[in-house]
Each structure stands twice: as C-alpha cells, then as structure tokens.
Ligand binder design. Sequence first.
Ligand SMILES: Cc1cc2nc3c(=O)[nH]c(=O)nc-3n(C[C@H](O)[C@H](O)[C@H](O)COP(=O)(O)O)c2cc1C
Length: 192
Amino acid sequence: MKKIVALLGSPRANGNSSAIAGRFMETAKKYGGETKTYSLNKMKFRGCQACMMCKEKLDRCALKDDLEPVLDEIRDADVLVLASPVYFADITAQMKMFIDRTYSYYVPDFMNNPVPGRLHPGKQLVFIQTQAQPEENFFNDIYPKYEFFFQFLGFKDNHLIRAVGVNDEGDAEKQESIMKHAEDLAAKIIND
Ligand SMILES: Cc1cc2nc3c(=O)[nH]c(=O)nc-3n(C[C@H](O)[C@H](O)[C@H](O)COP(=O)(O)O)c2cc1C
C-alpha cells in the first residue's frame, strides 16, 4: 500500500491549494492509498535553527515541536504532497519553515557524498501551486527551485499541479481541468 503525506501551506482551510490537495488525497485514498494530511498553519513549529545537531550528533532534527512526527512520517512515505499558494512570488512562510527543516534529511557530508540524503530513494513529490496572477509565466520559477532539492534527496518522477488566476475560496474547484488533473495524477501514482 502506498503512503501519501500532504502538507498544506495555506492558512485557508478551504482555500484553493487545500481544495486541490484534498481532491488528490481523496482520490489516492479511494484507490487504496494510506493518506495523512497536515495543516502547517495549525501546528506550532519553528524554522531551522542551524544548530547543526543533525550534522554533528544526530541523524534527525533536534527540535521537539509539532513538526517532529511529521518529519518522521515523511521518512516512511512514498509520496509527499506540498500545497502552497504564492505569497510574494514564493511559497508561504509556513511551507518555507518546513522546507528549511528538511535540512535534517541531509547527511553531514552531503556536498560531496554520492548519496546526500538520509531518506529512502524513489519517493515522489507532488507540488501544488496556486496564484491570483493569471499569467503562467509569473512564478514558474518556484517549483523547479524547490524540486531541485527534493531530487537531491532522492525524490524522482515529481509532478506539479498549478492553478493560476485563482483568488477567492472556491475558485480552483471551478476549474474542472485542474481538479481532474489532481484526480488523474493521484489515480496514476497509486496504480503505477
Ligand atoms: C499575503 C499574500 C500574498 C500574496 N502574494 C501573491 C503573489 O505574489 N502573486 C500572486 O499571484 N498571488 C498572490 N497572492 C494571492 C494568492 O496566491 C491566491 O489568492 C491563492 O489562490 C491563495 O491560495 P489559497 O486559497 O490556497 O490560500 C497573495 C495572497 C496573500 C494573502
């Protein structure tokens, strides 16, 4: 059974990125996936403190907060779904704090080690990005920028689901092609 963990980076529980992630996760569950969704905005956690404990003393993050079990859960997951709106041309601060904490997934000599990550290779990333700006050329640098680091951690066969020109809650759900993209991708990933 495939295990899928979704992290929601929007503070809006019923917003666009959460709706797309919701459709993806419902579909994954329907096809037999084991799904877990976390709303980062509801969790108490800090960004990376650069304490270097994960490089010098531990093989994991030293911080004891609400993100600790989530970082562990991702170690066991086959698929990681990251859903975030664009805030000031990037992911939300909530999502960025999570990204910074993935520093704990790297081995101490990650710059020179042929296996830089501590995670089992072959996980898949599904990145969901929503933005009010209708022009697709705006903010198309966000996904490649973060996907690069997940590739470095051994993720492969990664995917982007994107909704542009969505602002109010419910806007993404009105774009049936995007919701279908989420459904089709979930079905494909689970059934592959
Ligand atoms: C603080 C803030 C900053 C934003 N910055 C941008 C931006 O730089 N570009 C853009 O296209 N939309 C921007 N938006 C709009 C959101 O990306 C858009 O409403 C998105 O669909 C919200 O996703 P959600 O419903 O999942 O929260 C911003 C919204 C907020 C609240």
